[in-house]
Design a protein around this ligand. Structure first.
Ligand code: ADP
Length: 485
């Protein structure tokens, strides 16, 4: 026999004593007046903890999604409902208890008082336990998980996400710095397309985060789930590995170049020695062959230097060494090589340069520009001439010895370049279409290197060409006398 809550015969709630299921009596405002023993057993509350309290405050759960104001509390809103409703109520231990309930007015009671009759829904309890298990997967997950609505507003985030947001802070607009700036557009697009999105990378200071997004459709609406992975360690390791790889490659090139240069220098040096000492004893044909060996060796040397410089530029390791020099001296230095190449193809080779004018620049790079442009001019010209002009560009003759800006111009009467291929001419590994170069071999690296070197020296390069008639490459270079002060 269940004992009555209040054991006075005049008690209007005495019937609660015999009630076979859970029952709670509320006044018209939803304040708890009485609770039967079954209800106490189901919910774990003692009468003194509930009586006088609002049902909405004590037992109703008002989650963010199902949030309602006290006056809209589903337990109290409808005092006389025949429909059975299902819900979760809060137990004294803080757990959610699943219940089916309905309300009815009390005929003998004071105005507005009503009873909420309920029983535990075991099936729903089981489903809820399952749900709770999955909720734990999210809550205890070390990966940050966040749910957005279709406008990019955050609906929920797990503790790992809260930790990330607190660690990396917020911008002036209150936007978490680890979130993609365009989160609203991302969410709108995912909800509209219902498709997964390619991961989005967000960099904050020295950290990187990979965001993966997927659409979620549930009975309460559509949303977007974001999973955030801190990939900073991977990124740093990749960066270190790529620096180490680049260094290993540079070391390898440096060794290779040393190995290649030693025999090459011997070839160039000995052929030079023979030319100087033995020129008068050699037949013209042998002299020509010897010069061919020497120039071939010199060209190979240039090619090796260019390859090394390209890898230096790609690694951002290219430096400049500014000195004062006369361009004429550089032209003299490369004359034998360039003149020989032109002579082999029976081309006229002309050079114009005021002999005394000096510039402050990187002599190795200026040499590289000249050699590449002149060798190309010779290579892509079958007949006619190659002319080279190096001159100061100062409008007023400079007061000091050193020119402010100078011009290198290499013109030829060769095959020219089709107009539609001029735009990509300075891109690495780009060659004019085979059909337009009459089968002449090349790597497509020379002009890309020249372009980079000109940029490093703070200059500009341009080309004017008429297909079938010839080309003119112009380089304007500032001289950098201030560096010498
Ligand atoms: P490569 O000559 O080794 O192919 P470059 O980078 O030096 O590489 O030149 C790129 C392309 O530009 C060449 O393949 C050639 O088609 C074109 N080119 C360069 N210079 C000339 C020139 N003076 N006349 C005609 N075409 C040229």
């Amino acid at each position: 026999m269940v004992k009555p809550v209040t054991n006075t015969p005049s008690d209007p709630n005495a019937w609660l004593t015999y009630w076979p299921d859970g029952a709670i009596v509320l006044d018209e405002n939803g304040r708890i007046l009485a609770i039967c023993e079954h209800a106490q057993a189901i919910l774990g509350w003692r009468p003194e903890q509930l009586i006088g309290q609002m049902a909405h405050d004590r037992i109703c759960i008002s989650t963010r999604r199902l949030h309602h104001a006290p006056e809209d509390c589903p337990i109290c809103r409808d005092a006389d409902s025949t429909t059975v409703k299902s819900s979760f109520w809060l137990s004294a231990e803080g757990d959610y208890v699943s219940v089916d309930y309905r309300t009815a007015r009390l005929p003998l009671a004071a105005d507005g008082h009503f009873v909420v009759r309920f029983h535990r829904n075991e099936q729903q309890d089981y489903s809820f336990a399952e749900l709770q298990k999955f909720a734990d997967f999210v809550d205890k997950n070390p990966a940050a998980i966040v749910e957005f609505d279709e406008f990019g507003q955050m609906l929920f985030c797990n503790p790992a996400m809260q930790h990330l947001m607190m660690t990396h802070g917020f911008d002036d607009q209150g936007h978490a710095r680890i979130m993609p700036r365009d989160i609203n557009e991302i969410c709108a697009q995912i909800v509209a397309s219902q498709n997964l999105r390619a991961p989005v990378e967000v960099a904050v200071d020295d950290f990187w985060f990979n965001w993966h997004f997927s659409p979620l459709v549930s009975p309460v609406g559509q949303s977007v789930i974001g999973y955030v992975f801190d990939v900073s360690d991977v990124k740093r390791a990749q960066a270190q590995a790529s620096v180490a790889r680049a260094q290993a490659r540079r070391d390898f090139y440096a060794k290779m170049i040393h190995e290649l240069r030693t025999p090459l220098n011997a070839i160039v040096g000995y052929s030079d020695l023979l030319l100087c000492r033995n020129a008068e004893n050699l037949k013209d044909r042998d002299l020509k062959a010897l010069r061919g060996i020497k120039v071939g060796g010199m060209q190979l040397n240039e090619l090796i230097s260019d390859t090394l410089d390209i890898s230096k530029i790609e690694a951002g390791k290219m430096t400049t060494e500014i000195t004062l020099f006369r361009p004429q001296d550089v032209l003299d230095e490369i004359h034998e090589q360039m003149h020989y190449l032109a002579e082999m193809k029976k081309l006229r080779y002309e050079v114009h340069c005021p002999p005394e004018f000096t510039v402050a620049s990187d002599v190795h790079k200026v040499r590289q520009i000249l050699i590449n442009l002149i060798s190309n001019a010779v290579k892509y010209t079958r007949k006619g001439q190659v002319s080279v002009v190096v001159q100061p560009l100062d409008v007023e003759p400079p007061m000091e010895d050193c020119a402010e800006e100078f011009l290198i111009e290499v013109a030829d009467t060769g095959m020219g370049i089709p107009a539609d291929q001029l735009d990509t001419l300075f891109d690495s590994y780009q060659r004019v279409k085979e059909s337009n170069t009459q089968g002449i071999q090349g790597t497509g690296l020379g002009l890309a290197l020249v372009n980079d070197v000109v940029e490093i020296l703070g200059g500009e390069i341009s080309v004017a060409s008429e297909y079938g008639a010839g080309s003119r490459f112009s380089v304007r270079l500032p001289t950098q006398s201030s560096v010498l002060d």
